[in-house]
Every structure is written in structure tokens, then in C-alpha cells.
Design a protein around this ligand. Structure first.
Ligand code: JCF
Length: 682
């Protein structure tokens, strides 16, 4: 095997440092410096060098997060220092009493004590051990005395440093903290699980704990988990930090995510204010917390206070109201969305969940009803957290009344009586009525008028319902024919509000192409896709004329979205609506996109192996800009294969099928020539 020279060793070290820094900026500080493409490029380069020089691979290399084989089970790990739980406080009085107890022991006044306050994260507690700055072990809390060794799984979390930052690492460090899943990641995970019929988690805490206990680390690696440090159980040699808050800053400096909400409060009434303020903010954090952890900030005083039985005397957990409550399911109704998707909605006996009255919750789809085995009359657990729609998470079958009724999923649309269709492999059932269905029509018009679409001021839900019910508005274009006289005849619409609406409609006619595309409500075309489509095609007519291949050449547009867009513009009623909209004066500035040269029109290319001068994505984009399609596998129809370093089976396949193969240098030369618009002479 060849030995790397000094320049290669230096490149490896630099890449590792850059990737570690990028991870830290992204996953710990939430302040990324590298773009995803730059990160991928450096990562691929490091992987390539490590493949060439396997002796240089180190366990703390950024490439080594995934790769451990599936485990048979997890070893038992005895915690050097038990992982304690905290005593709870449920009221202002409990907090004041805690401060009083602490003050008595320390023989001082409660108001003279500094308390460090932070959110109590609702996830799975774990402990990480670093020796000479390198992660050697990670374990769950377990029963506090022994937990499960899940090192390979914890290594896959990018917020878990594999090596500590800084010049001089402590010889031993044990850090404890919580592994959490944010609401966004949790919802996406469950959404996917519902589609695939795999395990749906009741809440982010279960999802985090379940993800950490996967035997295959590659599964854990796909779960959106974050580690937040909250305690250093052991540091050798002692760094002599004076306070818990200073120690947290140190943990942040050496590579850990710590609470952004940590504050030091002086005296119990300031602590109570902190708890109130965090309670207000709770729904906007984007992850679950179940209270506030309050600690005596001074570490010397913590030692002086010591422990009782299972909990420290120097800390307490103030608990917020639970985000799960039980209530009764009174009925299930079926709502029809913009795309016809039929969603079962649970009508509940109203119940207060963490300060908000909940009387409806989603049941998602027919599979979810079956999974929960829920019936009308059941006692159900409801979960409400942050911006997530309240959900039914469990059924208490012991409390099921004798007359509980099965929920029947409708076969016909509850609004327009069209057939309900459920495509093979899809979790959602849809009304087949399209814009014939008043429910879909209402939703389509609400979408069209929405803030992110045409932004029609003063055209609210109730008003749209009335306009559709009276058959005044069938398509968005009809909105622009409404008159003040007509609007005035509606309940609660005086002359002034009618005039305002007509003016708002006039104003909304001036829009932009991305907004217009988004407003059309094409399936799976969100704002970002609408921008990409507008930028790529420049004009509405170019977009309307695009075929499936041309659509797939747009950034982030895959076959499914391309098909939705293509089908949309082929429907006669959609063409008519668009024409009517343009005729009534909807307009925007068009920018003819300079049509680049398309010498590769109709050709399919394949990129394989590692390219030195660009990422594969860059190569793909440049080929697509020249009119080519870029595929992932080689077939007889492939026009050309670009073979980079270490190209494998695709290269063999190309040779078998006699497909032309070029190397990177030739590829670059040809790209440049084509991009300049020179004729191909081959
Ligand atoms: O966020 C938490 N769940 C959390 C738990 C935060 C802390 O600062 C903790 C904890 C459990 C024990 N501190 C201790 C000592």
C-alpha cells in the first residue's frame, strides 16, 4: 500500500479540522459557515483520501460517524456516578420553599442566592465519556445506576463531538445531557412512518428514546436527534470552574450544544419570573420541554449542600402542565382539503391541554384509525405541543363503553358525493370531484387569496365560503368580477368593506410569477418549488409548454412533482382559468430567461466515481443546463458516462453495453466548449 506524503497528511488534517468546525457551527451554534455543497465536497474528498490510505483513518474522523455494524444487543454500563433524578416543584410556593431550604442550610437569605435556570428538556437522558478528548463511551440513563451502552448510536449524532475542541483536552470528562427530537423532525418522521405503515411514535420523547435503542446505527443516523449538554459529572483534572453557568459556557466552547435559554436569576421571585416567561415561550421553542431546572449556580455551595437519597439538595425541577390529557371522543367528521385529501377529525369533549382548550384533533387517515383501533365513545389521550396540530395518541381500551361505535371511512365525498379514491400504496384517500367539489373549490380559492399567494386583503375564510356557496365564485378568476353592489348584499358586508375588497382585488392583480405559480395550487408545488420553476423558465408560457423531462431539469423537481405540474397544465379547465385570470388583468414582470445552448437535448448522461474539480451535483447541474438528462444508472440508451476517480460498477456496465465513457479532463473540456456555444465536432 502506498504511504501518503507530507502534503497529503496535511490535506487530511485540514479537511478534518474544517469539517469539524463546520459541524460545530451548524449543529452546536446554529450558525453555519459552509454551504451544504462545500461540506459535501470536503467530506467526499476526505473519504476518498481515507479509502486510498486506510492506515490514516482515525475513530474521531468526521467520516466515522456511521459504520459500526448492527449490534446483537447493548452492553450494561455501570455509571461511575449515579445519574440522579430531580425533586419536583409544582407551584410558586414550592419554588420559594426550595430556596428557603437551601438558604437555611447555607445560613444566608434566599434573595442572596444565585440560581441557574434552564428549560427542562423532554427527551432521553444520556451520558458521554471522553478520554484524552476522544469520545470512548455513551450510555442511556437506565435506572440511574446502570444504563445501556449505545456508543455507536450516539456517534451518529452530529451534535455529539467525537473529539473535543481546544488546545488542551481534560484527561477525563463525563458529560450528561438530553437527546431530543424537534417537532419538525418528529412530524416528518411520523409522516413518513404513516405513509410506509411503519412504527408511529406517540411523542418526541418516545421517538428519541426509540431511535437511540436501534440495534443498527444506520437507522439511528437517519433520525433527527440532537444532544444538549446540561451537566459535567466528572472532569479530571478539575478545571476549577466556580459556577454551573461558567461550566456550561466551557462545555459550549469545547464543542457541546448547551441551553440558549440558560439564565442566572437572583432570589426565588426572579426564578418564578423566569418560569413564567419560559412558560409563555414554551409553545414557540420548537421542541418539548416539561419544566424548568433550577440549580444553585455556585459549585462550591452545591458541594456543601450535597445529596439526599436519590436527588441533589441544590436543584429542583419546576414542572409545567402536561401536554397530554385524556378526554372523550364524541364523533369523527371528515374534512376535504384543497387537493381532495380526506382527513378524519376527532370531535372531542373539550379538554384543557397545557393552557389551551382542545375540542378537535386530527386522526390523519384510515390507517391511523386502524392503528389506534379507536371508536366513537372511547376515552383517548390527546397531545398538543407547540405548532403541531393536536393529535389522538392513544386509546384507553379498558374504558371503552359497550355502545362504542366503529368509525366508518366514507366511500363518497361528504361534501360533493363524488367517489373517494385511494391509490395503491398511498395513505390518503381523496375525493375525486376536483373543482366540482365545493370543498376543494373553497380551499383552492383560500389558497389563491392567501398571504403567500396573491395576498388578497380582506378576503377571509367565511367570505370565501359564502361566495362559493352562492356560486358567485367557481374559479379564482371569478373573484375579479365581483362588484361592490353585489358584495354589499352579503351579511356583514357594508359599502365600505365591499369597496375595500374590490380595491384589494385590484391591487392583488399586480403580482410576481413565483407567487402566481404558487397560487395556482398545483399539488406539491410549494413556495420554494414555485420560485425554482419561475427562475428556470422565466415566463408562464415556457412553463406551460415544458414537458416532463424539461420539468425534471429544474432544481429540486423530481419525477413526481414534474408529473403534477405537467398534468396540471394539460387540464382544459386549468388552461381556461389561467386565461381568464390574465384577461381580468392579473400581471407580473416577465423576464425571458436567456435560453442557454442545448447541445445535449434528448441525451441521457451518467456521472460515476469522484470528480476532482467539482461535485457530482455541480456536474449534473451543468449537464442539465445544456439540455441533458442525468440518470443514476447506465442503460443502452445512455449517451455518455463520465467516469471519475474510483468509478465502479457503472463503468463496468458501460463497457459491457458499449456506451461511450470519458474521463474528467475530457468532460471538463467538452463542458467548457458547449457552454461557450461551440459546435460539437465529434
Ligand atoms: O433538561 C433536562 N431534562 C435536565 C435534567 C437538565 C438538567 O440540568 C439536569 C437534569 C437532570 C439532573 N440536571 C441534573 C442534575
Amino acid at each position: 500500500m502506498s504511504q501518503p506524503d507530507a502534503a497529503v497528511l496535511k490535506e487530511i488534517a485540514t479537511l478534518r479540522a474544517e469539517l469539524e468546525e463546520a459541524n460545530y457551527r451548524y449543529y452546536v451554534l446554529d450558525d453555519p459557515t459552509l454551504t451544504d455543497a462545500e461540506y459535501d465536497r470536503k467530506f467526499q474528498r476526505l473519504k476518498q483520501l481515507e479509502e486510498k490510505y486506510p492506515d490514516q483513518v482515525t475513530p474521531d474522523s468526521p467520516t466515522q460517524r456511521v459504520g459500526a455494524p448492527p449490534a446483537e444487543g447493548f452492553p450494561e454500563v455501570t455509571h461511575a456516578i449515579p445519574m440522579l433524578s430531580l425533586d419536583n416543584a409544582f407551584s410558586r410556593d414550592d419554588i420559594v420553599a426550595f430556596a428557603q431550604r437551601v438558604a437555611e442550610r447555607l445560613e444566608c437569605e434566599p434573595d442572596d442566592i444565585a440560581f441557574s435556570c434552564e428549560p427542562k428538556l423532554d427527551g432521553a437522558a444520556v451520558s458521554l465519556v471522553y478520554e484524552q478528548g476522544v469520545l470512548v463511551s455513551g450510555a442511556t440513563r437506565g435506572d440511574g445506576r446502570t444504563g445501556e451502552g449505545i456508543t455507536s448510536n450516539l456517534r451518529t449524532l452530529r451534535s455529539v463531538p467525537l473529539r473535543l475542541r481546544g488546545e488542551k483536552a481534560p484527561s477525563l470528562l463525563e458529560v450528561r445531557g438530553e437527546v431530543i427530537m424537534r417537532h419538525s423532525g418528529f412530524e416528518a418522521l411520523n409522516e413518513r412512518a404513516r405513509e410506509e405503515g411503519s412504527k408511529v411514535f406517540a411523542n418526541p420523547r418516545n421517538a428519541a428514546a426509540g431511535s437511540l435503542r436501534q440495534l443498527d446505527p444506520r437507522v439511528t443516523a437517519t433520525r433527527p436527534l440532537e444532544f444538549h449538554a446540561y451537566q459535567a459529572a466528572r472532569i479530571e483534572p478539575d478545571m476549577n470552574d466556580k459556577t454551573h453557568s461558567a461550566l456550561m459556557q466551557r462545555l459550549s466552547d469545547i464543542g457541546f450544544r448547551t441551553s440558549a435559554e440558560l439564565s442566572v436569576m437572583h432570589g426565588p421571585s426572579a426564578v418564578v419570573d423566569y418560569c413564567d416567561a419560559l412558560g409563555e415561550k414554551r409553545d414557540r421553542l420548537g421542541f418539548d420541554i416539561d419544566g424548568v431546572v433550577i440549580k444553585v449556580d455556585d459549585l462550591r455551595l452545591q458541594r456543601e449542600l450535597g445529596f439526599v437519597a436519590r436527588a441533589p439538595r441544590w436543584a429542583i425541577a419546576f414542572k409545567f402542565p402536561a401536554q397530554e390529557e385524556t378526554t372523550q371522543l364524541n364523533d369523527v367528521e371528515f374534512q376535504v382539503g384543497r387537493t381532495g385529501a380526506i382527513t378524519p377529525v376527532a370531535r372531542l369533549e373539550p379538554v384543557n391541554v397545557a393552557g389551551v382548550t382542545v375540542s378537535n384533533a386530527t386522526l390523519h387517515n384510515a390507517d391511523e384509525i386502524a392503528r389506534l383501533d379507536v371508536r366513537i365513545g372511547d376515552t383517548v389521550a390527546i397531545r398538543r405541543a407547540g405548532d403541531v396540530i393536536p393529535q389522538v395518541v392513544r386509546v384507553d381500551k379498558d374504558k371503552r363503553p359497550k355502545d362504542a361505535r366503529e368509525i366508518e371511512f366514507p366511500r363518497r365525498c361528504p361534501v360533493c358525493d363524488s367517489d373517494v379514491e385511494r391509490l395503491e400504496g398511498e395513505a390518503v384517500a381523496r375525493c375525486s370531484g376536483g373543482l366540482y367539489c365545493p370543498a376543494q373549490r373553497k380551499e383552492a380559492i383560500k389558497h389563491f387569496a392567501g398571504r403567500r399567494a396573491l395576498d388578497i386583503d380582506g378576503l377571509g375564510e367565511k367570505l370565501i365560503d359564502q361566495l362559493v356557496e352562492r356560486d358567485w365564485v367557481e374559479t379564482p378568476a371569478d373573484l375579479f368580477h365581483l362588484s361592490v353592489e353585489q358584495l354589499q348584499t352579503l351579511p356583514r358586508m357594508a359599502k365600505k368593506s365591499s369597496t375595500n375588497l374590490v380595491n384589494a382585488l385590484e391591487k392583488a392583480k399586480n403580482t410576481t410569477l413565483p407567487r402566481f405559480i404558487y397560487a395556482l395550487g398545483i399539488r406539491e408545488v410549494g413556495e420554494a418549488t414555485a420560485v425554482n420553476l419561475a427562475t428556470h423558465f422565466g415566463t408562464l408560457s415556457a412553463l406551460q409548454a415544458a414537458d416532463q423531462d424539461a420539468l425534471e431539469a429544474v432544481e429540486d423537481v423530481g419525477p413526481v412533482v414534474a408529473a403534477h405540474v405537467h398534468t396540471f397544465f394539460r387540464q382544459e379547465h386549468n388552461q381556461e382559468t389561467i386565461e381568464a385570470l390574465l384577461k381580468s388583468g392579473v400581471r407580473w414582470e416577465e423576464s425571458e430567461v436567456e435560453q442557454g445552448p442545448t447541445p445535449l437535448e434528448g441525451q441521457t448522461w451518467v456521472l460515476t466515481g469522484t470528480l476532482e474539480s467539482m461535485t457530482r451535483d455541480d456536474g449534473k447541474a451543468r449537464l442539465q443546463a445544456l439540455g441533458a438528462k442525468v440518470a443514476g444508472s447506465v442503460s443502452k440508451k445512455t449517451a455518455c458516462v463520465v467516469a471519475g476517480e474510483a468509478a465502479g460498477s457503472k463503468l463496468t456496465k458501460a463497457e459491457e453495453l458499449d456506451v461511450p465513457v470519458i474521463d474528467e479532463a475530457t468532460f471538463l473540456e467538452r463542458l467548457k466548449a458547449w457552454e461557450k456555444g461551440e459546435e460539437e465536432d465529434a
